[in-house]
Design a protein around this ligand. Structure first.
Ligand code: NAP
Length: 251
């Protein structure tokens, strides 16, 4: 049930962190995987080299997910290469610091466009493709503990992640009759580039507040993404799967 041979997957923001771990896990399980990067060509290329040993097809290219035209071009290239898409993982995101009274309009908009507009762009394009081709696709969106309980000094980020949760539930209800499942994985702290600077000084304090007492690795998030994309989860839709060592319980 964890055999993805012949399945075509898009992972946004696949060049690093959770996205890269997800790309690798799908490849290990036989899938064909397409991912994008924003600026970090080197990381994207290194990942493709690491995946050369797997049988499935791999495609990556630059695509700024906050730009609808770029998303259209990227998804067209993927469909041209693979023929169709079966699974969409909306993972790309940014997490920036911002006191509300000092947060410029541009910073607010950049976070909205990168984290939330992008999820709409990809779902809009790929669901259209699924309906035209009569494909029962699967979407996994990446939210956060911040989307459920907010996050001081990251209100724009938390707003996008809360938006992703209600967007996920809406699409799950809307698309269930078409056989399309839509779920969310909600990490808390994860050891990636995104959190590296904070964890450098705060890891012990942060881990001490978490029920399981450790900071999850990117692979700990990739595995539940795989589960939700698999037939094992065929009766699950509209779900927010917390994968954060219990930290959502503790504020
Ligand atoms: P990361 O290590 O910083 O990697 C971010 C990925 O997103 C990179 O592949 C990056 O591409 C891509 N990206 C960023 N902006 C983009 C844009 N405008 N267009 C296209 N791609 C873009 O982050 P991560 O920790 O793996 O986070 C992945 C997801 O998990 C995010 O949605 C994040 O909010 C969520 N999350 C993370 C944590 C955590 O503690 N790490 C906690 C909760 C939720 P480049 O390599 O080209 O820059």
């Amino acid at each position: 049930m964890l055999d993805f041979k012949g399945k075509n997957v898009i992972v946004t923001g696949g060049s690093r962190g959770i996205g890269a771990a997800t790309v690798k896990m799908f490849m290990q399980l036989g899938a064909n995987v397409a991912y994008n990067y924003n600026k970090n060509y080197r990381a994207a290329r290194e990942l493709s080299e690491q995946c050369e040993r797997y049988e499935g097809k791999l495609f990556f290219s630059e695509c700024d997910v906050s730009d609808y035209q770029e998303v259209l071009q990227f998804t067209k290239k993927v469909i041209d290469q693979f023929g169709q898409v079966d699974i969409l993982v909306n993972n790309a995101g940014i997490w920036e610091y911002g006191k509300i009274e000092e947060m410029p309009v541009d910073a607010w908009r950049k976070t909205m466009q990168t984290n939330l507009d992008s999820v709409y762009y990809f779902c809009h394009v790929i669901v259209k493709h699924w309906k035209e081709q009569n494909i029962s696709g699967i979407i996994v969106n990446i939210s956060s503990t911040a989307g459920q309980r907010g996050e001081a000094f990251h209100s724009h980020y938390a707003a996008t992640k809360g938006g992703i949760i209600s967007f996920t539930k809406s699409l799950a209800a809307e698309l269930g009759p078409d056989g399309i499942r839509v779920n969310c994985v909600a990490p808390g702290w994860v050891r990636t580039d995104m959190s590296a600077k904070t964890l450098e000084t705060e890891e012990d304090n942060i881990a001490a507040l978490m029920p399981l007492g450790f900071i999850p690795e990117a692979e700990d998030i990739a595995a539940p993404i795989i589960f939700l994309s698999s037939p094992m989860a065929r009766a699950i839709t509209g779900e927010i799967l917390n994968v954060n060592a219990g930290s959502v319980l503790c504020g």
